[in-house]
Design a binder for this molecule. Structure first.
Ligand code: DQA
Length: 151
C-alpha cells in the first residue's frame, strides 16, 4: 500500500511556531517517525510539504494512479482552498484530514473546512499524535475496502 502525507503552509515551522499550540516536534521528526511506523507495517509513505497552494494541487495530481490514500494537514488552506478540495475530489484518492490543534476550540474561521465533508474522517487536536491516528484510520479504512468490508 502506497500512501502520501501532505502538509500545507507554515507547517515547515513546527518546533518553532507557537509551541504552546503546536508542540516542540519539528515536521521532519514527525515525518520520520510516521515513515518508520508505516514501514514497520509494510507501507510505503511519501511526504511533501509546501507553502504554495498550487504546489499542493500539483502533488495531489501526481499522486493519481500512484497512491492509495492521502493524509492531509492543509494548514490554513483547510479553511480557504476550493482548489485543494477539487484536486482531492478530482483524483478520487481517499483521504483523511488532520490537524495538530483542535480547530473547533479556536477562532470561528477555523471551524469551517473545505475538505472535511468528503474525507474518510477528520482527526483534530492530538498534537503530533494526530498523524499517528490519521495513519491508523486511513490504513484500516483502505484494508477494509480491499477486503470488501470484512477487515
Ligand atoms: C492546523 C490548524 C490550522 O487552522 C492552521 O492554520 C494551521 C495548523 C493544525 O494542524 O492545527 O496552520 O492545520
Amino acid at each position: 500500500m502506497h500512501l502520501l502525507l501532505l502538509n500545507g503552509p507554515n507547517l515547515n515551522l513546527l518546533g518553532q511556531r507557537e509551541p504552546g499550540l503546536y508542540g516542540h516536534q519539528t515536521l521532519v521528526q514527525i515525518e520520520m517517525a510516521l515513515c518508520e511506523r508505516a514501514a514497520a507495517d509494510g507501507l510505503k509513505l511519501d511526504c511533501f510539504q509546501s507553502n504554495f497552494e498550487g504546489a499542493l494541487v500539483e502533488r495531489i495530481h501526481q499522486a493519481m494512479g500512484q497512491v492509495d490514500g492521502i493524509l492531509i494537514n492543509a494548514g490554513a488552506y483547510t479553511h480557504t482552498s476550493i482548489a485543494i478540495r477539487d484536486a482531492l475530489l478530482g483524483t478520487a484518492i481517499p483521504y483523511v484530514e488532520l490537524h495538530l490543534s483542535n480547530t473547533h476550540a479556536r477562532e470561528p474561521f477555523r471551524h469551517r473546512s473545505f475538505l472535511a465533508d468528503r474525507a474518510i474522517g477528520v482527526i483534530t487536536g492530538f498534537g503530533p499524535t494526530s498523524y499517528d491516528l490519521a495513519l491508523e484510520g486511513l490504513v484500516r479504512h483502505l484494508r477494509k475496502s480491499v477486503l470488501g468490508g470484512e477487515g
